[in-house]
Design a protein around this ligand. Structure first.
Ligand code: ADP
Ligand code: MG
Length: 357
């Protein structure tokens, strides 16, 4: 097991203009960790992963495996296992021949090859499938072959780039559980790339949320969900309302803001964020942390329901409050509640959180 460090890593492409595809990324991934790069399409996830793999070299910055500087080392000298979205298997060859690929390159002897291939296929629960042809397997099985092919070389790091994208929804959920089990059992330091926040939350020890080549926040799924650092993270992970509210008072670790037409509330602002009295603060609050009350109830935000959708588990409402459209997810909605109704919103103060722009 080995830790992986990216130190101020940037990548500019010759034809990329002035903007960096990856911009001063600092990440330390602990030995044995399952670490995810999460962000929308084009934010620099694949480019970052390819620099760890050695397919691209950074324009500036350093990459280390443990204490070894691998920044400019070619891919075949890094001991990384890679799994891609499109499997990249040889369809006309058997499962065993595909898995053997990395061992042949490394000139592992025949008997040892057979032993290691059986072991790797066992790891991904495909023992006995060695003689099957790739095109006889389902998509999920093919992706497990790709995983076996990556693991058979006993890589120091396992790099996975959107490996579930080509699978249908049900298989995607099954396979993500499988990938996590296999990673836990092998203990290989892993970097996983996805644009799917639910997948990232379910699988990862920690997540780096990226946007436009930059890391916006690094943390556990719980930290990122409950304490998003920026309005982008608050909106990208789950759903969030981000309200721009006037600051009444600002002290070191908290601000008091005034809600539209409503009361003043103290909200934690752990980094201060340079907020001043008389300025405004961005305050995030999740739809499930807003309750519905009668319109006349004191201390609530008066609003009008403009949209209502029953999902079974909850009812999702959009409520217009002084021009702001606030998302509410309520478990208990009085029967008969309808679009056009006047309601009061009760925001859970303890769940409100100041974010950076
Ligand atoms: P993601 O994997 O998050 O979707 P990428 O890392 O593939 O994002 O791309 C990040 C940015 O770098 C995008 O703007 C993309 O167009 C650009 N880019 C990626 N690869 C190249 C390349 N080989 N040449 C020029 N620009 C590239
Ligand atoms: Mg990509």
């Amino acid at each position: 097991m080995i830790d992986v460090t990216l130190e101020s890593v940037s990548k500019r492409f010759a034809r990329g203009g002035d903007t960096a595809a990856v911009d001063q990324v600092d990440i330390t991934i602990a030995a044995g960790e399952f670490f995810t790069l999460l962000g929308p399409s084009g934010c620099g996830k694949t480019t970052t992963l390819r620099m760890v793999a050695g397919f691209y070299f950074p324009t500036s910055g350093r990459i280390r495996f443990g204490t070894e500087d691998v920044t400019h080392r070619p891919p075949n000298k890094r001991d990384t296992g890679m799994v891609f979205q499109n499997y990249a298997l040889f369809p006309h060859m058997t499962v065993a021949q595909n898995v053997a690929y990395g061992l042949k390159i490394r000139r592992v002897g025949r008997a040892e090859q057979r032993r290691r291939i059986e072991e790797a296929l066992g790891q991904v629960h495909l023992a006995g499938y060695g003689d099957r042809r790739i095109d006889e397997l389902s998509g999920g099985q093919q992706q497990r072959v790709a995983l076996a092919r990556a693991l058979v070389i006993r890589p120091r790091t396992l790099l996975l780039d959107e490996p579930l994208s080509n699978l249908d929804a049900k298989l995607r959920e099954e396979t993500r559980v499988e990938i996590r089990r296999i990673q836990r059992e092998s203990g290989t330091t892993s970097i996983y790339v996805t644009h799917d926040q639910a997948e990232a939350m379910a699988m990862s020890d920690r997540i780096a949320v990226m946007e436009s080549g930059r890391v916006q926040q690094i943390g556990t799924p719980q930290e990122i969900y409950h304490r998003p650092a920026t309005s982008f993270v608050a909106r990208f992970i789950g759903r969030s309302n981000v309200l721009t509210l006037p600051v009444v008072t600002a002290t070191g670790q908290a601000v008091t803001v005034r809600l539209p037409d409503g009361p003043e509330v103290a909200v934690p602002a752990p980094d201060g964020h340079g907020l001043r009295e008389g300025g405004t603060a961005l305050v995030a609050v999740r739809p499930e942390h807003i309750g519905l009350a009668p319109a006349t109830e004191p201390g609530t935000l008066p609003g009008q329901v403009s949209d209502l959708e029953f999902t079974g588990m909850a009812t999702n409402l959009t409520v217009d409050v002084s021009g702001e459209r606030i998302q509410v997810a309520a478990i208990d909605v009085p029967s008969g509640t309808a679009v056009g109704d006047r309601v009061g919103l009760r925001l859970t103060k303890e769940r409100m959180w100041v974010v950076r722009p």
